[in-house]
Structure formats: structure tokens, C-alpha cells
Design a protein around this ligand. Structure first.
Ligand SMILES: [Mn+2]
Length: 385
């Protein structure tokens, strides 16, 4: 939406350095999506390296960075050797040797205090040996099986390291969507062509704590189990996350038993989401006195052009920033059932195509299905090109 988040990132990293010292954190895990893009801008790289250097002045002795689906393996790997000197471990593809992807944590006296199985976002080819002509269901089953095998193998290797000392915790990381995880609008679909949900029971059984990345909402996974968690993103990444509390998770261990504490991250910029008629939106805007905040309005009005203009004028006069303006026309005014015009970056290509199909009263169901299948094929080709 043409706005930089640099200020918020900077404020968060400052806060994180302070929080690490305050809670005497020994090790930091960042479970992926270090960057939002494979080619991060220079300011973001500078923030990243400066942060890692500043960590050396805190209580944190070991840092583990695992790649997410947005990260480029090459970008993360480039400084890997020099970061190793700062005890920052970068694991990016999942194809690393055990000596690299299993990281030992030591206490002040140099005794082994924990083992981290650092697992990044696993690309399809790493967990599943592709066989052509498989059905969608077969592919999905093979992927889930491949993930389980991967985690079981690394868990076995970790058990060998701790030997007969069950009081040493074994921690794992991961980057994927689990069954039952709560998503928001802004996690891009990661397994192309499928809404892959990985069952996580096997994780809970094999590890003493699992730190997951990818979902933006801070949450634990599965009921009655406290030790498989998403920390969530440090700042909201879309207006759909406007009401979320952002957190970091601090985990202590009593033997191998995890003691979890959630620490709320301060809000560095407020996001507001307002939906309603022109009058309702204007009333809600009057309540906002925060000139630093960003607002999304969704208007329900038949004369949206005039209404939006009035809303924008109000915002300009009061130094409020409207970033997204959505329009919902009443069905009567457009003659079809529900036409929503939203920002292009909030709609997937397939959703757009489905909306286009809705405009045609297509009676031939077979043709309709065929068009959708063809569209998905083309989308896959483009996405994997
Ligand atoms: Mn991700």
C-alpha cells in the first residue's frame, strides 16, 4: 500500500533487545520469514545484521535462524559463515547435515542444556520424491508422510545426542500451517495448488517444545497441549490482524518440562478497520485522534464515489491516513448478488477469476468446472515458473 514498515521494525527490534536482557534469555529462535521477499531492501538487511550484532551485547548466546517460505535460501545463506562466528546458526533448506541442523545449547558452566532441531520451511522436493501422474490426494498424503519422516529422523538423531539424559529438552522448529491453526488474510499460500495442513500430533509427541513460524496470529496448536506454538508475527501484516495482540513466546525449562510465558509486544502503530455506511464511518473517524495510525474503511453505500470523496476530505482535514478503501454496493444497485471491489493485493487470482465467472449465468456446469481447472493449471505454471 505504498507505506514503509521500517519504523515499526526498528522499534520492535529495539524492544526485543531490551526484552531479551530483561528476561535473561539464553537463546533466540526465529522460525522463519526473516524477510517478506527473496530480495530484501538494503535497509532491511542493515536492520537484520545490526540486530544480530547487538544480540552479542545481551544475555543471548545462541541464535537460530530458520528460513520461511518467503525467504530466499541464497540470501540467508550468503552471510552464514561469518554469522557462525557470532553463534548465529542459519538453517535454510532443510537439506543440511545433522551437524548443522541440530544445534546444542550449553549452560554457563559449559554443560549441555538443550538441543534444537532447526527445521526451516521444507520445499516439496525435500520431503517428497515426486512421481508424475499422482492425484492431488496422493500428493498430499505423500507430503504429510514425508514431513513426519523428516521430523522423526531428526528427533532420533537428537535423542542420540542427549543419550540417557531425559532431563535435557529437545526443541524443534517448523514453518507451515497446521491443522486447526487460525490464519489471517496475509499468509500467502505456501504449498502451491493445495491448502496443505500438516497434522501436528507427531510433533507434540516427539519434542519437548516446538516453535513454529508462518501463521501471523500468536497461538498454541491443538487442545490440551501447551508446547507446540506459533509466536506469531511481531507486527500486524494486514488490516485483518488489526485487533490481534502480538507476542513473543519465552520458554523456560524445568528439566525437559517447558514453562511458557507469552510477552505482549507494544503496538508501535495502530491499525483501524471501519465498516459501515458513510455516516457510520464518519462517526468512527471522529473517534480516532491518533494521527500516526492507519485506517481501512469499507463502505456500504450506493453512491460510493461521492461518499468516499467526503470521507477522504474528512480524513485529509484531520491528518488521518486512509490506506485501504473498500466498497460494498447493495445488491439492488448492481443487479447481481454481492459484488465486492477490493484492493488487488487482498484478493487471490483464483478468487478474482471466480468473481468473473459469477458475472456469467453459466448453465453448463461441466464447462464451468473445466474453466476453473484450466485456470488453476495456468496459475500453477505461472507460480512455479
Ligand atoms: Mn511464511
Amino acid at each position: 500500500m505504498g507505506k514503509s514498515r521500517e519504523e515499526e521494525h526498528r522499534a520492535f527490534l529495539d524492544w526485543l533487545i531490551e526484552t531479551i536482557d530483561e528476561h535473561k534469555v539464553d537463546a533466540l529462535i526465529v522460525a522463519g520469514d526473516i524477510f517478506d521477499t527473496g530480495t530484501p531492501p538494503n535497509y532491511a538487511l542493515e536492520l537484520y545484521y545490526t540486530f544480530l550484532k547487538r544480540l552479542c551485547t545481551t544475555t543471548c548466546r545462541t541464535t537460530i535462524i530458520t528460513a520461511g517460505n518467503h525467504d530466499s535460501i541464497a540470501t540467508l545463506n550468503a552471510p552464514k559463515e561469518i554469522l557462525g562466528l557470532l553463534d548465529v546458526h542459519v538453517v535454510s533448506s532443510g537439506e543440511e547435515d545433522n551437524s548443522e541442523r541440530i544445534i546444542k545449547l550449553y549452560d554457563n558452566l559449559g554443560a549441555l542444556a538443550g538441543v534444537v532441531c532447526a527445521v526451516p520451511f521444507l520445499r516439496d522436493g525435500v520431503v517428497r520424491k515426486g512421481v508424475s501422474g499422482e492425484s492431488h490426494q496422493e500428493k498430499e498424503a505423500a507430503l504429510i508422510e514425508g514431513m513426519e519422516d523428516y521430523y522423526n529422523e531428526i528427533a532420533d538423531a537428537a535423542q542420540e545426542i542427549i543419550g540417557k539424559e531425559p532431563h535435557i529438552p529437545v526443541i524443534a522448529t517448523g514453518h507451515f500451517t497446521t491443522v486447526g491453526g487460525q490464519t489471517s488474510d496475509s499468509e500467502r499460500e505456501i504449498y502451491i495448488g493445495s491448502t496443505m495442513n500438516i497434522p501436528s500430533n507427531f510433533l507434540a509427541e516427539r519434542f519437548d517444545y516446538v516453535a513454529l513460524g508462518h501463521l501471523h496470529r500468536s497461538q498454541k496448536v491443538g487442545s490440551g497441549c501447551d508446547h507446540v506454538r506459533y509466536s506469531g508475527s511481531p507486527i500486524p501484516l494486514s488490516f485483518s490482524e488489526a485487533g490481534n495482540r502480538k507476542k513473543v513466546t519465552i520458554v523456560g525449562f524445568d528439566g525437559a518440562i517447558p514453562l511458557v510465558e507469552e510477552v505482549e509486544i507494544p503496538t508501535f502503530r495502530n491499525l483501524y478497520r471501519i465498516k459501515g455506511s458513510k455516516e457510520e464511518i464518519l462517526d468512527a473517524l471522529k473517534e480516532i485522534e491518533d494521527e500516526e495510525g492507519w485506517t481501512e474503511v469499507e463502505i456500504i453505500d450506493d453512491n460510493t464515489y461521492a461518499a468516499l470523496q467526503e470521507i477522504q476530505e474528512y480524513a485529509d482535514a484531520h491528518n488521518l491516513t486512509l490506506l485501504a478503501k473498500k466498497v460494498t454496493r447493495s445488491a439492488a444497485s448492481v443487479g447481481i448478488t454481492e459484488l465486492e471491489i477490493v484492493d488487488l493485493d487482498e484478493i487471490t487470482p483464483l478468487e478474482m477469476f471466480m468473481k468473473r465467472l459469477e458475472l456469467d449465468d453459466m448453465e453448463d456446469e461441466v464447462l464451468r468446472e473445466k474453466l476453473i481447472t484450466e485456470f488453476k493449471t495456468i496459475e500453477n505454471e505461472v507460480a512455479t515458473a
